[in-house]
Design a binder for this molecule. Structure first.
Ligand code: NDP
Length: 335
């Protein structure tokens, strides 16, 4: 008997501006179990991520655009319900790329079994998944994190940013964290113990604010947002400072063309290094990350928060709210 899958599709491309829930539609289709698609999975947790916004335009990016009317993709964790694969048993938990839907069939080759049962399942979409890996690689490999330096983090109350802050603190660094709500400021200060946190939405002059909070300037800036914040950070970098370009969320939904940086003279005179990276290039480099993150989580040296929306129908709202900063820590959908 064929099963039905409920999924979320894009109704139309969104070339500019913030997506709304009306840009998405819930649909159903039959899924077939076959020799090629030999595992049937029911999703339990679905990740919504800022990078998905880039796949909602027709523009070529590092991943192809989502197909209008078809299930969107993204990381998810599900449970195996039926299988004729020798690699999986019914009841196994699997990491997959078939998010935005309640169930699916896929080839055994596209699924990864989760064997570590010491952590909540959804951790493998957060600190033990792509977000944690991004924070770790971005700081150590790209940013060449050194002990006891000064570190600036934007979107610090989100999934990647909150991990970046904590890893930097574990290295004895002084951390200044920027975020978009007072609730997130409190969390960053009181629970994550950053040295300073501030609400950029209530800040008139970013350069002066950064100067007030860290008069000596920054050795490392972990940039999740781009735009004006990046320009302000460049003004406040120390000589030989490093800037890690991880994301550009302030520009993703902009309705105007991005402006160039007006202070490139500071990059030259201070001999700054500015380096972008995509975590997909580092999939073979996970051993140190897994070893350290497992240790930090086990010892509660790193703590996490999740913002959880219930049900596949709420996945578009979760995504739109993520872009509007309604999440603290990792935004997740529980099916
Ligand atoms: P977050 O959990 O940080 O959520 C996104 C946050 O962005 C929102 O909560 C909001 O927080 C903030 N934001 C939204 N609009 C703006 C704006 N105009 N200006 C400043 N901040 C804004 O998401 P993730 O942790 O998943 O991702 C963080 C960043 O890392 C993103 O830019 C993402 O694209 C990037 N990334 C990059 C990867 C790579 O391979 N290079 C891999 C994974 C993520 P606030 O309340 O602070 O406004």
């Amino acid at each position: 008997m064929n099963e039905k899958s409920k999924f979320i599709a894009l109704k139309n491309y969104i070339p500019v501006g913030l997506p709304t829930e009306n840009d998405f539609i819930a649909k159903e289709k039959e899924i077939n179990f076959s020799d090629e698609r030999n595992v049937l999975v029911e999703n339990i947790w679905i990740s919504v991520d800022p990078y998905m916004r880039a796949r909602m335009t027709e523009k070529k990016n590092y991943k192809h655009p989502f197909i209008i009317g078809e299930p969107m993709e993204g990381a998810a964790i599900g449970i195996v319900k039926k299988t004729n694969s020798s690699k999986f048993n019914v009841g196994d938990y699997v990491l997959n790329n078939c998010g935005w839907r309640d169930k699916f069939t896929d080839s055994e080759n596209n699924l990864k079994k989760i064997t570590n049962s010491h952590f909540p399942l959804q951790s493998f979409l957060g600190p033990l998944g792509m977000n944690g890996h991004t924070a770790y690689i971005g700081l150590y490999k790209i940013g060449k994190l050194q002990k006891n330096q000064t570190v600036l983090v934007s979107s610090a109350g989100g999934s990647v940013g909150s991990l970046v802050c904590q890893i930097a603190k574990l290295n004895g660094c002084k951390v200044v964290a920027s975020t978009g709500s007072d609730e997130k400021v409190d969390w960053l200060k009181n629970e994550l113990k950053v040295d300073h946190a501030f609400n950029y939405k209530k800040t008139e002059n970013l350069v002066l604010k950064l100067k007030e909070l860290m008069p000596e300037g920054f050795d490392l800036y972990f940039d999740n947002v781009g735009g004006d914040f990046l320009e302000a950070a460049i003004f406040r970098m120390k000589n030989y400072g490093r800037i890690v370009i991880c994301g550009r969320i302030s520009q993703m939904n902009s309705t105007t063309s991005p402006q160039g940086l007006k202070n490139m003279a500071h990059v030259l005179v201070k001999r700054l290094t500015i380096k972008g990276f995509l975590i997909f290039d580092h999939e073979d480099d996970t051993n140190n990350f897994q070893r350290d993150m497992i240790k930090w989580l086990t010892n509660k040296e790193i703590v996490t928060k999740e913002t959880i929306y219930e049900g596949i129908d709420n996945a578009p709202k979760a995504f739109v709210d993520l872009l509007n900063g309604k999440n603290i820590g990792k935004m997740l959908v529980k099916i």
